[in-house]
Design a protein around this ligand. Sequence first.
Ligand SMILES: Nc1ncnc2c1ncn2[C@@H]1O[C@H](COP(=O)(O)OP(=O)(O)O)[C@@H](O)[C@H]1O
Ligand SMILES: [Mg+2]
Length: 219
Amino acid sequence: MIDVADLVVEYGTATALDRVTLAVDKGEMVALLGPNGAGKSTLANTLAGLLAPASGTVRIGGRLALVPEGRQLFPDMSVADNLALGGWRSGQRDPAPVYELLPRLADLAGRRAGVLSGGEQQMVAVGRALMSRPQVLVVDELSLGLAPNITADLAAHLTRLNREQGVAVLLIEQNARLAFELCSRAYVLESGQVQAEGPCAELAGDPRVASAYLGGAIT
Ligand SMILES: Nc1ncnc2c1ncn2[C@@H]1O[C@H](COP(=O)(O)OP(=O)(O)O)[C@@H](O)[C@H]1O
Ligand SMILES: [Mg+2]
């Protein structure tokens, strides 16, 4: 569903992604880990077509939707209207399938997005992405600013989406424990380069990955 080869993305003279090669197959749930500034959002935005590669190739094998970092909702608009915007480009207006997966959103439909809690806002951002009926979903920092129990709840919805509907997921996370729990494989991005990749069980056992990403600071 995602096939990236030797991808280079630049901001002016600064290289944000340096020959990144990465793939997500149909039905897979794959993690992308890395510290702040590693280039994770740059990759997400390039996959979504918001940034152009300087070189290399990006191939997307189906409809891709992005849950952007920081949610990026329209705070003065209702939840229902925020969702509608997610289906606008693909001509999908019926929120029923999204409400079926995320029933809480139906209760919140008439509320202004800006007054919701962080977890509720993240749920709206996920729901908005799902409005286009994507075959591959890129989630940029699911857990950012959320309490662990809230994140776990959202993660369970993503797992269901992946298992029951076969939607491929690229989960960008700073919380490696969470990512390893949810995903089968992971990539570690540092300074714009893929520094490690493999099955999560293997990466979790890699001393370098463990000390950098599973150390005391990460819960
Ligand atoms: N719009 C931009 N203009 C210039 N530099 C940027 C821009 N966005 C990100 N960068 C730089 O590109 C690098 C990667 O950033 P980003 O992709 O946001 O990393 P991450 O999501 O892993 O924290 C960082 O050095 C960041 O400062
Ligand atoms: Mg980011």
